[in-house]
Design a protein around this ligand. Structure first.
Ligand code: S3P
Length: 450
């Protein structure tokens, strides 16, 4: 089933060369944070380039439910009239975060240190995902939570009336957990300290500083020690959301595997905590270049040019790179199917608790389409046979996971026979223009009759 309706089966056929420019939408992580931090500032935050995917729209609706005025001015321009740190009101109704783990976990953090109660739910995918990783550290502030067995949604949080500041070492590499603790720390007195052993995406730290919070990061032997001074008055911002490298990954990887392709993906944010896929592809021998490298809004940005790359080789992806490309393993596994030899991906247990179990979803769909895959709890290996080697011809399940659906459609563009997904509906959570954008490049994707 699609996230918000009936399933939308889709099929991708072997496609001719992909050519042209792909203007991908705004960054999902930064879009969520723009709305949430905008709601916690005093005054009006102005956002351009907001990703208008369902996940972000659900977060905007949630911010309204907590009392912020969130206005859609069209064409990715949004304003948020914030209520200030500690200014959230109690929602009248259940907060439905749809498919979004980032949405629900960050919002839980943002409300956890206000004396209000809120109940959260999501779709069938989100309601299976672990929330204890967030509610455990929030309990240290004094927040209570009551969810289903195993810490699953639906779940009610009772915000701490007299929150205490917290010092917390994040046990799993997760920017969502780190961010939830930092957002909760905003309304606690004194210093909240979050320690992460492995660097994860640092948008929260950068944006909190931009909104005027006092926050610093020290790199130590134990990892990154992030210190936030509580109870600041956040100042509203003007935010230009960069384009999403995780969405750029799809046209880039499609160009690498579809014969004769040459695609330019302009204006992509290349924050080092997000850009691991592109380094990995270059290590595999991809013809991928960064043109017009520059800095925008304090972030490195470039135009990516990807050309068909028939000579890519499987590699061992360094496990320490995993956090910087965690959302890109599904599409990397598709590229790996068209490279020669083994692509070994280790240290990726987190893939099992995303919108779906991504190792399982990709391994079974790849195998069905003729690709050899081995897997263990925190590793998997895809054995590629080079260009033209993938048989295709099968329908795979997307498991309510946008990145699984898009990855298999890319597989179909270069496989011998078409590849279908049972439901492409979830693509709208992060990349609502995926079908027209890919079709304009020359991809043959269609919605399949049922
Ligand atoms: C995100 C963090 C990552 C990532 C997700 C977005 C964020 O999740 O997979 O798509 O915006 O903080 P984890 O925190 O579970 O690693």
């Amino acid at each position: 089933m699609s996230a918000h309706g009936t399933p939308i089966p889709m099929t991708a056929h072997r496609s001719g060369p992909l050519k042209g420019e792909a203007h991908v939408p705004g960054d999902k992580s930064i879009s969520h944070r723009s709305l949430i931090l905008g709601a916690m500032a005093v005054g009006e935050t102005h956002i351009t380039g907001l990703l208008e995917g369902q996940d972000v729209i659900d977060t905007g609706r949630a911010m309204r439910a907590f009392g912020a005025e969130v206005t859609d001015h069209g064409q990715g321009v949004w304003t948020v009239q914030g209520v200030g740190v500690g200014g959230f009101g109690e929602p009248d109704n259940v907060i439905d975060c749809g498919n979004s783990g980032t949405g629900v976990r960050l919002i839980m953090g943002a409300m956890a240190t206000s004396a209000i109660t809120a109940t959260f739910t999501g779709d069938a995918s989100l309601n299976k995902r672990p929330m204890a990783r967030v509610t455990d550290p929030l309990a240290l502030f004094g927040t209570q939570s009551h969810g289903r067995t195993g810490g699953r949604l639906p779940m009610t949080l009772i915000g701490a009336r007299d929150p205490l500041p917290v010092r917390y070492t994040v046990p799993v590499p997760s920017a969502q957990v780190k961010s939830a603790v930092l957002l909760a720390g905003l309304n606690a007195p004194g210093e909240t300290v979050v320690i992460e052993r492995e660097a994860t995406r640092d948008h929260s730290e950068r944006m909190l500083a931009g909104f005027g919070a006092v926050i610093s990061t020290e790199v130590t032997d134990q990892g990154r020690v992030i210190t936030l001074q509580g109870q600041p008055e956040l100042k509203p911002q003007t935010i230009v959301v960069p384009r999403d490298p995780s969405s750029a990954a799809f046209p880039v990887c499609a160009a690498l595997v579809v014969e004769g392709s040459d695609v330019l993906v302009p204006n992509i944010g290349l924050n080092p905590t997000r850009a691991g896929l592109f380094t990995t592809l270059q290590d595999m021998g991809a013809d991928l270049t960064f043109e017009n490298l520059r800095e925008e809004g304090g972030e490195p940005v470039a135009d990516l040019r990807a050309r068909f790359s028939p000579d890519m080789k499987g590699i061992e992806v360094p496990p320490e790179r995993a956090a910087s490309m965690i959302d890109e393993y599904p599409v990397l596994s598709v590229v790996a199917a068209f490279a020669t030899g083994d692509t070994v991906m280790r240290g990726v247990k987190e893939l099992r608790v995303k919108e779906s179990d991504r190792i399982d979803a990709m391994a079974s769909g790849l195998r069905a389409n003729g690709v050899a895959v081995q897997e263990g709890e925190d590793w998997w290996i895809v054995t590629g046979g080079g260009p033209g080697s993938v048989a295709g011809g099968e329908t795979v399940q997307s498991h309510l996971d946008h990145r699984i659906a898009m990855s298999f459609l890319i597989l179909g563009m270069a496989a011998q026979k078409p590849v279908s997904v049972d439901d492409g509906g979830p693509i709208a959570t992060s990349f609502p223009i995926f079908e027209p954008l890919m079709s304009a490049l020359g991809a043959r994707i269609e919605r399949t009759e049922t």
